[in-house]
Design a protein around this ligand. Sequence first.
Ligand code: HSE
Length: 298
Amino acid sequence: KEIKLFAPATVANVAAGFDILGFALEKPGDEIIIKRSNTPGIRIINQSSFTSMPLAPEKNTSGVALQAFLNHLESKQGFEITFLKKVKPGSGIGSSAASSAAAVFGANELLDRPLSTKDLVIFAMEGERCASGSAHADNVAPALLGGFVLIRSYRPLDIVPLPTPEQLYCSIIHPQIELKTEDARKVLRKQITLQDAITQWGNTAGLIAGLFMEDYGLIGRSLQDVIIEPIRSVLIPGYENMKEAAMTAGALGCNISGSGPSLFAFSTSSDKATHIAESMQKVCSSLNIDSDIYVSRV
Ligand code: HSE
């Protein structure tokens, strides 16, 4: 028995919600086939276009996540995972998370669902620890559960799915520069001022209220980050110009996707979202940086 799975790319942080907020995109995403094997151990086969993926299960994010899940179940079941498509690593749209989510979700299905999807988050987080040195859940939780997800607490883990307004569209630009999450975390300040904390939690709460109230204006004005964005945006060439282009093209708001280098922008129609993505891409092209763009409903 084997199953083919799609695991979506995700946008983590969503401006003010560093490590606690994320949402899933309709596309792009990873495609894998997972099957049980008769021999113990995890075997990874890469048929995607990204040749640099480690195949040793203890170095592969999905291998690590799956092993954590199997350890919890005290299962010696062997699995084979074949990657058909892979979100580009180092993109800022949850490449490692998609792999980890797909592996644990698929294995749970093949073992006749011993755990709920929500309970799988903690194992997929081990894949993130392997990829970036930090077991954050703001990519893996939405990759597993879909939609917007809040991580209310890490200890203990408290995952809260949030509603997604009907007309919310997301534009993504992925400039072809590699930014490692591990490095983009090292540069962050460990201490912040009370004034910044007040601004930040106002915006986090505003965004969540906006999702519940389907208030697109409130969602847009809450997409501000006074703590992380000022530091990380410096690592993304043309960041301010791309953001300005998105806003001029009608975005509700725009910010860094995860740890970058991708940017995301919200809008209320597919046409607007396409126009916004193309406007950001023009800026990137003017800097001679290649980029991919995606438009997706949230
Ligand atoms: N919250 C994480 C970070 C997401 O910003 O470092 C990484 O994709």
